[in-house]
Design a protein around this ligand. Structure first.
Ligand code: ADP
Ligand code: MG
Length: 377
């Protein structure tokens, strides 16, 4: 998704791909294959680039530092660690005075139960590193929850690596995300705050702007995101995922986590904003002036196309669904990632924008459900 704006800007992308079939490798050449922890591959790749950036967080700091010896690496290792390690992130945000859920580092079952004694059940356990789409997030309802067998295995696995993150289970009214972008010279811009809907830890739907968002709260959240971007020295796109909660009847936010890259909560910007997160990410990592983040329409809804749970529902070839979807609604924008279908996997997304939220949302949901094979008319 970085390639279209790169073409428009006349920038040459290359990708170090995890495998020859990777989505990015299908549209960018050359695409040498190399693992994110293969120092030699990283340095060989980086030495041929003017700037290096990422589409996932899981590049170990040693690799980032080695690449920074030979080229500009954006964001740098010192910033990126806050998106790689949820405990480091919690420590830093707490030090910056950013509101977070109650949390603790826990090394064993007794520590989890001690945390629950103060914060109450349920407790959310998270692996500090390597998680995404809810993998690495476990909710424990009580001391007798059957999920404890998994929790015990995780605790054992992470015992020698600093333990796990425990958090209070936040009774949020909804999830929001603030998307901002910052350049090395410190210019920053913010897109409208969005509402996100997660199911089983996977993002399903994003509405821009967040409907009915308290104006002051939106400004506060944007300010928090810009403060985090500046405070952590983030370059490129930063997504700040938050929980909206009611405190004494007033809405406020608690920060869930950070992503330092173009993020699913910002895919709506490709069709719905004057400058997409991908274009502004490119501009930022090259320290070019940033483009306008204004929305193109009053409402934009993005719905993910997820691999169907039931094999029978699967379209052998997602392209087959285009005829119906496009004939039905010429305003729908379809984006597919060239990935092999697996249940629940993000295969693509659709976007619709317009003046009426209900109709925009219904149209986007219909198109995504049809492409995914959940409905057949
Ligand atoms: N402390 C919490 N309280 C309530 N729900 C949570 C909490 N932490 C995570 N969740 C839910 O799980 C989802 C995934 O958690 P997150 O930490 O964002 O993991 P990932 O890295 O997989 O995105 C969140 O979007 C939210 O819906
Ligand atoms: Mg998340």
């Amino acid at each position: 998704m970085m390639q279209p704006p790169a073409i428009a800007l006349g920038l040459r992308l290359r990708v170090l791909a995890e495998g020859p079939g990777a989505s990015a490798a299908q549209v960018i050449t050359p695409a040498p294959v190399g693992a994110a922890d293969d120092l030699e591959a990283l340095v060989a790749f980086a030495s041929e680039c003017d700037a290096v950036t990422f589409d996932h967080e899981h590049v170990p700091p040693a690799g980032l530092r080695a690449m920074a010896e030979v080229t500009s690496v954006q964001p740098g290792a010192d910033a990126l660690v806050h998106a790689q390690d949820k405990i480091v992130m919690r420590e830093r945000l707490t030090a910056l005075g950013v509101p977070c859920p109650r949390w603790a580092r826990v090394g064993d079952r007794a520590a989890v139960e001690a945390f629950a004694a103060g914060a109450g059940w349920p407790v959310v356990l998270k692996t500090p590193r390597g998680g995404y789409d809810g993998k690495g997030v476990l909710v424990l309802d009580s001391a007798g929850d059957p999920a404890w067998s998994t929790a015990e295995a995780w605790l054992a696995d992470w015992a020698g690596r600093g333990g796990l993150l425990a958090e209070e289970h936040v009774a949020f009214t909804r999830e929001l995300a603030a998307l901002v972008v910052r350049s090395p010279s410190g210019q920053a811009a913010a897109w409208p705050v969005v509402e996100t809907v997660q199911r089983g830890g996977v993002c399903h739907e994003v509405t821009a702007p967040a409907p009915g968002l308290d104006e002051e709260l939106g400004a506060h959240l944007t300010d928090v995101a810009l403060r985090v971007a500046g405070g952590l020295g983030v370059t490129g796109v930063l997504a700040v995922e938050v929980f909206e909660v009611l405190r004494d009847g007033r809405p406020t936010v608690l920060v869930n986590e950070l992503a330092m890259r173009p993020h699913n909560s910002g895919h709506w910007t490709i069709d719905g904003a004057e400058t997409s997160q991908f274009e502004n990410h490119l501009r930022a990592v090259l320290d070019l002036p940033l483009g306008s983040t204004r929305a193109r329409a009053p409402w934009t809804v993005m719905v993910n196309v997820l691999g169907p749970r039931e094999i029978e529902a699967r379209h052998e070839d997602l392209y087959r669904s285009y005829l119906h979807v496009m004939a039905h609604d010429p305003g729908v924008k379809v984006h597919l990632y060239g990935k092999e279908q697996r249940p629940g996997r993000k295969l693509g997304h659709v976007t619709v924008h317009g003046d009426d939220l209900e109709s925009v949302r219904a149209r986007a949901r219909h198109a995504a459900a049809f492409i995914a094979g959940e409905i057949d008319e």
